[in-house]
Design a protein around this ligand. Sequence first.
Ligand code: HXC
Length: 258
Amino acid sequence: MAYETIIVEIEDYVAVVRLNRPDALNALNAKLLGELADALGTLDANDKVRCIVLTGSEKAFAAGADIKEMSEKSFVEMYMQDFFTPETEALLRVRKPVVAAVAGYALGGGCELAMMCDFIICAENAKFGQPEINLGVVAGIGGTQRLTRFVGKSKAMDMHLTGRFMDAAEAERSGLVSRVVPLKDLMKETMAAARKIAEKSQIAVMVVKESVNRSYETTLREGILFERRVFHSLFATEDQKEGMAAFMEKRTAQFRDK
Ligand code: HXC
């Protein structure tokens, strides 16, 4: 896939999508988000892809929406374009797991983009923030809602109101990221996690994603009912029979997504 602002590679059933606007610290402009949406849709439909890793450079995952592109826009333009909504909704439509590998800055829309992934592994040099307040605006693609659910009201308010950055240790402590690793190991660790996911039954993997995400959208009782229904339904799959037989026969399961 040939794109200008992202690089896509597929290896061993894992697709790596690298944001690639080094001169602008991977700032998210319309071109980049359009290409990202296109790539993710294509990868989601590709049988050779079972897990997607989204990453940036060692200096920046993404330093936010492109301020230079945005600065002169009017309300009417923002509203009529529904600024970045179609692109971000395309990301949220992806049914395969998307893991964010974050090094350096993940600010504003960059932090929001990382939070739209299924989980975040970050390097020790990662810096998360929602500094939109310094520009006279607020987060616009989910930051006020998602950061609050990740780290709770107090820290989310602090981050959005002061615009301060959170380092990797604080991000792990407060539940924003699942793991912190040395910068040199970021891709190795993330790829190992992605390959592990890629070995599972794709059906169960997609059900996990759907079920955990449902916890954001519904009550505990309804969420548990949803889980129970999908849990029971997995007993209609060959992969359930294979997974349990493999355990009893003390061998590795060979899942076939059936
Ligand atoms: C456009 C950006 C950019 C951005 C960095 N650059 N961030 N360009 N939009 N968000 C550009 C700089 O202008 C500069 O280009 C080059 O990248 C390197 O950046 P420097 O500032 O020179 O690097 P450094 O001194 O290391 O500082 C890094 C930084 C700083 C702390 C990350 O760049 C910064 O504060 N960036 C803005 C972060 C921010 O406010 N993000 C939120 C954006 S609003 P030139 O050509 O000048 O050398 C947002 C809203 C989301 O995200 C809503 C979505 C709809």
